[in-house]
Structures are given as C-alpha cells and as structure tokens.
Design a protein around this ligand. Structure first.
Ligand code: HEM
Length: 168
C-alpha cells in the first residue's frame, strides 16, 4: 500500500456512494413509488408527490455537489495517467457531458422552475431517460476503470506477485 493517496481513495468512495444513492433512489422512485402513486386519485398522488419531492430534493442537490467535487478531483488525478489515450479522453468527455445532462434532469424533476415544468408533467418519461443515461454513464465509467487497470503490465507469475508484495 506504499504511496497510496488516501484522498484518491476517499474521493472514489464518495463518488461511487453518491452514484449508488442517487441512481438507486431514482430507480425506486420510478419503479416503486410511481406505480403506487398512479394507483391513487390525482389529488392524493399530487399531495404525496409534493411531500416526497421535498424530501428527495435535498439528496439530489447534495449528490450533485458531491458528484462535481469528487468527479473533477478524479478527473484531475486521472489525466496524467492517460496522456495520448484518445479513446479514454473521448469516453470520459462524453461521460461528463451525459452526467451533466442527468444532473439537469434530476434538478428539473425536483425543482419548481417553470422552465422545467414539462419534465415534471412528463415525469415517467424523464425518469426513464434519466435511468437510461445513468446506466450508460456507469457502464462507461466501469469500462474506463477496468480498461485502465488492465493497461498496467501484469506480473508474469504468482511468485512474482508474492515477491512484489513482500519487497519494501
Ligand atoms: C450521473 C453522474 C455520475 C455517475 C453515475 C458516475 C459514476 C461513476 C462510476 C461508477 C465510476 C467508477 C468508479 C470506480 O470504479 O472507482 C466513476 C468514475 C469516474 N468519474 Fe463519475 N459519475 C458521475 C459523474 C461524474 C462527473 C460529473 C465527473 C467529472 C466532472 C466524473 C468523473 C469521473 C472520473 C474522472 C472517474 C474515473 C474514471 C477512471 O477510472 O479513469 N463523474 N464515475
């Protein structure tokens, strides 16, 4: 564990925890809460939707702040490791743009701005778009992460692994 930068570890943990919380919460809202609300009268559904949105909004705003903080930190730290790697830059750039789009949709769904009323009116559609984009983003991020670790030269033998792990 020599040379391990603990801030990198903490940033990754918070980035992934934020993704789990926001994507999981959005899935629950779309797949469980939505159908239950639609089974009620419009008046009851609207009341519950307003109460649920008021609670979820804090998580969305906190999550966006954490995504931006940890995401840009990860980005700054990852850049020197991928110099000249065109595919990495293309994919990470696309991922960041898609992530920004997801944040706009998530904010629109919990916000009150008239500009995003069309999202709240078509909540089911926009929740679906958000979840689809989230799956694409997580897939791209996972691919980039694993691809980067596979780029590193692997030790040839188990003996070599053991020798490396005991060497200072
Ligand atoms: C919807 C929002 C987002 C989701 C769901 C998401 C998800 C993820 C996941 C699952 C990982 C893999 C972590 C790991 O295996 O250690 C990751 C890595 C990363 N994310 Fe995000 N992220 C989001 C937003 C952002 C934003 C806004 C930025 C930059 C501003 C960003 C930059 C990065 C970087 C640089 C990595 C490291 C990629 C690598 O391993 O080379 N992410 N993200």
């Amino acid at each position: 564990m020599d040379g391990l930068d603990w801030l990198d570890v903490v940033s990754r943990i918070f980035h992934v925890l934020t993704a789990i919380t926001l994507v999981g919460g959005s899935l629950y809202a779309a797949m469980v809460v939505g159908p239950v609300l639609r089974a009620n009268s419009a008046e009851v559904a609207d009341q519950w939707q307003a109460a649920l949105t008021a609670g979820w909004k804090k998580w969305v705003h906190g999550g966006i702040a954490l995504f931006l903080l940890t995401g840009f930190y990860n980005y700054i730290r990852a850049m020197p490791l991928h110099k000249g790697d065109g595919l990495y830059h293309a994919l990470i750039g696309t991922k960041i743009l898609l992530a920004l789009a997801v944040m706009v949709i998530a904010s629109g769904l919990v916000g009150r701005s008239g500009a995003f009323q069309f999202m709240r009116d078509g909540r089911r559609t926009w929740q679906g778009i958000l979840l689809f984009l989230a799956v694409v983003i997580v897939s791209m991020s996972g691919f980039l992460k694993v691809r980067a670790s596979m780029d590193r030269p692997a030790p040839a033998t188990a003996a070599q692994v053991n020798a490396e792990s005991v060497s200072p």
